[in-house]
Design a protein around this ligand. Structure first.
Ligand SMILES: *[C@@H]1O[C@H](CO)[C@@H](O)[C@H](O)[C@H]1NC(C)=O
Ligand SMILES: *[C@@H]1O[C@H](CO)[C@@H](O)[C@H](O)[C@H]1NC(C)=O
Ligand SMILES: *[C@@H]1O[C@H](CO)[C@@H](O)[C@H](O)[C@H]1NC(C)=O
Ligand SMILES: *[C@@H]1O[C@H](CO)[C@@H](O)[C@H](O)[C@H]1NC(C)=O
Ligand SMILES: *[C@@H]1O[C@H](CO)[C@@H](O)[C@H](O)[C@H]1NC(C)=O
Ligand SMILES: *[C@@H]1O[C@H](CO)[C@@H](O)[C@H](O)[C@H]1NC(C)=O
Ligand SMILES: *[C@@H]1O[C@H](CO)[C@@H](O)[C@H](O)[C@H]1NC(C)=O
Ligand SMILES: *[C@@H]1O[C@H](CO)[C@@H](O)[C@H](O)[C@H]1NC(C)=O
Ligand SMILES: *[C@@H]1O[C@H](CO)[C@@H](O)[C@H](O)[C@H]1NC(C)=O
Ligand SMILES: *[C@@H]1O[C@H](CO)[C@@H](O)[C@H](O)[C@H]1NC(C)=O
Length: 432
């Protein structure tokens, strides 16, 4: 089958639903670029600093408000902590701009009760009503399911069951049968390998999910961080070229895993981060030493770091505290892209600041910066790595991208880069 006819077939499979719910996708079925997804999550708890008017709406097709968290009561999901009062205005503003407004249910701290909410036939029916009532109340275009993770403990106190993934699918199928649910745009934020089956390993067939969902957004970030054994990329594009010990996953391996399990490429959106993770790396470990024992100012790959000295990230970083499970949580160490600029690592235009060391890792296709005085190293994404991810989206025929989070960028440096490389019409040229 030729690439063109494959694309046409692929689009016709999703065409009916996509056309009815996505204004920008319906115009020209057969042209894959008009059907593509340019999305981000909007974190409700950052709304006072990244307001609705901070969003460049005409560069997006979908925007997902985060989070509605699961609760012990299957009849309730809660926007507690995510500025509930703003949601109606968010939906109105998105729709006024031709952008689909979704709400994400779950997240790292909000998935405690997913398992029980879909844990029996009665609960699934009740949860379908909860979700559809919520969507109706707020006039949503869609719902994003961010269950972290089925039959795989996430934050530490989630209910989990061997049957989580099949119960999740049964729930989605019932939601699709519902008159409200059938009209919603349904997406899922997923780990880099398919969800766990009863034996705790990835299921081998996700075709049921492909039928129930419009698309999945693969969260190809937090692949490495404070929990890793060495400094490594937050969001590797590739890792097959990395040393075996450092192959923690990547966009390349994630797409391969989901496609092998039956998720078509045109239903895969690549999740991309507008932030990086910081590490404390001693100067003697930070540089690559050549045969003469000279470092030449070149940063080392995969240097060790000191876990006892986790740097604090930018103003949005989590300070040390207690998590939703009641367990002590250290400070996060996250730097948003704007935070790297604020922190003096990057210039306002996103290039590396004077006095900061920079390395672009050719395997993960992501950058690192290092301040040798503070001994802070940050593995992050910049315009160059976002262009590489955009190219990959295009050459892999993926549906598009979804950025966590909209507010992490600075002057759309990342957004513009990935849109251009992935083949979106340059929004800045629209007026010409
Ligand atoms: C989609 O349509 C646009 C505008 O008509 C065109 O420039 C672009 O080449 C088309 N892309 C594909 C993949 O057909
Ligand atoms: C958020 O914005 C407010 C006022 O605009 C400011 O006082 C505050 O420091 C900001 N907080 C963060 C975390 O950036
Ligand atoms: C939001 O926009 C305001 C006004 O242009 C700007 O000062 C602020 O830095 C922006 N906030 C973020 C997080 O980008
Ligand atoms: C909202 O969450 C906070 C803690 O994050 C909690 O103390 C409070 O009771 C919650 N409020 C409601 C209405 O659930
Ligand atoms: C989608 O279409 C609407 C008009 O229907 C337009 O205002 C908006 O800019 C378009 N968005 C994108 C990302 O092309
Ligand atoms: C169904 O939901 C209720 C709470 O609404 C919960 O107590 C119960 O354990 C759930 N059932 C299953 C099988 O998970
Ligand atoms: C999982 O589902 C199977 C088949 O429906 C059932 O026999 C089993 O008891 C369930 N296990 C759990 C832990 O709910
Ligand atoms: C990933 O790395 C392998 C070599 O290990 C290479 O063959 C492949 O082209 C790379 N893929 C991308 C998208 O960079
Ligand atoms: C590196 O960190 C030190 C100590 O925090 C700081 O004083 C210095 O300005 C930073 N260097 C650059 C180039 O930002
Ligand atoms: C980015 O900003 C720096 C510092 O202001 C400047 O030296 C550099 O020329 C700028 N680069 C580009 C590509 O605009």
């Amino acid at each position: 089958m030729s690439l063109v006819s494959f694309t046409l077939l692929a689009l016709s499979l999703v065409g009916a639903r996509a056309a009815s719910v996505s204004a920008n996708a319906s115009a020209d079925v057969g042209n894959s670029t008009v059907d593509m997804v340019s999305a981000a999550w909007y974190a409700g708890w950052h709304s006072t600093n990244f307001t609705l008017s901070n969003v460049t709406w005409d560069k997006y097709t979908h925007m997902t408000y985060s989070f509605a968290v699961t609760t012990p009561d299957v009849t309730q999901i809660s926007l507690n902590g995510s500025d509930p009062e703003l949601l109606p205005q968010f939906v109105q503003t998105a729709q006024k701009n031709g952008v689909k407004a979704l709400v994400s249910v779950g997240g790292w701290t909000g998935s405690l009760y997913y398992s029980t909410n879909v844990g029996s036939a009665d609960n699934r029916t009740a949860f379908v009503k909860t979700v559809t009532d919520f969507a109706t109340k707020y006039n949503l275009d869609g719902i994003d399911f961010d269950w972290e993770y089925p039959n795989n403990q996430g934050i530490g106190c989630n209910a989990i069951s061997a049957n989580d993934t099949s119960n999740f699918l049964s729930f989605l199928q019932e939601l699709r049968q519902d008159p409200v649910g059938s009209k919603l745009f349904l997406t899922a934020a997923t780990p880099i390998t398919p969800w766990n089956g009863p034996d705790g390993t990835s299921i081998s067939d996700v075709s049921g999910f492909a039928n129930a969902l419009d698309y999945i957004a693969i969260m190809n970030y937090d692949i490495n961080g404070a929990w890793s054994t060495a400094v490594a990329a937050n969001a590797p594009l590739n890792d097959t070229c990395a040393p075996t010990a450092n192959q923690a996953g990547s966009a390349v391996s994630a797409i391969a895993a989901w496609e092998a399990a039956g998720m078509p490429s045109h239903q895969i959106v690549l999740g991309v981060p507008s932030y990086g993770h910081s590490f404390h790396v001693q100067v003697e470990d930070a540089f690559y030493c050549d045969d003469n024992g000279d470092d030449n100012g070149v940063l080392a790959s995969f240097p060790p770091f000191d876990k006892t000295q986790q740097p604090l990230g930018d103003a949005w970083d989590d300070t040390a505290g207690v998590d939703v499970c009641g367990n002590p949580a250290p400070q996060g160490g996250n730097f948003d892209f704007w935070g790297l600029i604020d922190g003096g690592f990057l210039n306002a235009n996103g290039t590396v600041a004077d006095g900061i060391f920079y390395r672009y890792d050719e395997c993960s296709q992501t950058p690192y910066v290092y301040n040798e005085t503070s001994e802070v190293m940050i593995a992050f994404d910049d315009a160059t790595s976002f262009a590489a991810k955009g190219d990959f989206i295009k050459t892999s025929n993926l549906r598009g991208f979804a950025m966590w989070e909209a507010g992490g960028d600075s002057n759309d440096i990342l957004l513009d880069s990935i849109r251009k490389a992935a083949g979106f019409e340059d929004a800045d040229d629209d007026d010409c």
